[in-house]
Design a protein around this ligand. Structure first.
Ligand SMILES: Nc1nc2c(ncn2[C@@H]2O[C@H](COP(=O)(O)OP(=O)(O)OP(=O)(O)O)[C@@H](O)[C@H]2O)c(=O)[nH]1
Ligand SMILES: [Mg+2]
Length: 249
């Protein structure tokens, strides 16, 4: 089997690093080889032992001090630096393992939504097969509107990147309101709820978006790093994406 790179992306604090760790543990228990890569130069703590850590090159606090930048400016600078040394990084991170799990920083607008992120991922894609997993944080879903916004950001990642990006619902152990499950899985109910939540011109704008962009989300899987729910489903989802793209020999 050739290596598959899986890039975990999503908004700040949605659980990317913990999912890298728990999915890695699941792979290990299921006798699959893998590497875990930390590409977040701002991380103070990461819940896994990385095989490659961008912080050996630079950290956000060093860049802030040296270049007199604020945290967001330093993150943009760091991501440009990642792009500048991308060949070196890619040579270090690829290997014979079945999976290369890549943890990104949460500030989507400083990497994924800029050319630096797309360029890096394109270069990686030229060498190995790559898929993006976009995490929707279940802890902060309290309405249909929340789910639509989170899903649209996932769609924006897909639009921006030269790879397939699939959304999953993470921190499933935090879902206490069963209506959220219905919103996520039942497209007609999602529509009903959003009509209740939004009025007037906003509805005319939102309904066509739901029909055209969000309907494919109907099969979204749920994962949790606390209960380990969904690890097999995540593995199968990744394999399915690669199979659909061609081979998984
Ligand atoms: N209940 C619950 N908490 C989780 C889960 N996954 C992560 N968390 C918690 O969510 C918080 C953020 O998790 P991280 O893995 O650091 O999130 P992240 O997306 O990597 O965060 P940034 O890199 O800062 O954007 C931590 O307190 C985790 O313990 C989960 O499945 N369930
Ligand atoms: Mg993280």
């Amino acid at each position: 089997m050739t290596s598959l790179a899986v890039i975990f992306m999503g908004q700040a604090g949605c659980g990317k690093s913990h999912l890298c760790a728990s999915f890695g543990k699941w792979l290990e228990e299921n006798k699959k080889s893998f590497k875990i890569i930390n590409l977040d130069p701002g991380a103070e703590y990461i819940p896994f032992n990385p095989n490659f850590d961008i912080r050996k090159y630079f950290t956000i606090s060093e860049i802030m001090k040296k270049e007199k930048l604020g945290p967001n400016g330093a993150m943009i600078r760091a991501n440009n630096k990642i792009n500048e040394i991308s060949d070196e990084i890619i040579d270090e991170i690829i290997g014979p393992e079945d999976f290369i799990l890549i943890d990104l920083p949460g500030q989507l607008e400083t990497f994924i939504f800029r050319q630096s992120g797309a360029n890096f991922i394109q270069k990686l894609e030229n060498k190995i097969r790559v898929v993006g997993i976009y995490l929707i944080d279940a802890e902060f879903l309290s309405s249909a509107t929340d789910f639509i916004i989170a899903s649209l950001i996932g769609t924006a990642c897909s639009l921006q990147l030269p790879i397939e990006v699939v959304s999953i619902l993470h921190k499933s152990d935090k879902i206490i309101n069963q209506e959220i499950i219905k919103i996520v899985h039942n497209f007609d109910f999602l529509k009903e709820k959003v009509i209740e939540e939004k009025k007037g011109a906003m509805i005319d704008m939102v309904l066509p978006i739901l029909d055209n962009i969000l309907e494919p989300f109907a099969r979204i899987i749920k994962t949790s790093s606390v209960t380990n729910e969904g690890m097999l489903e995540l593995y199968e989802l990744i394999n399915e994406i690669f199979c659909a793209c061609g081979d998984i020999s």
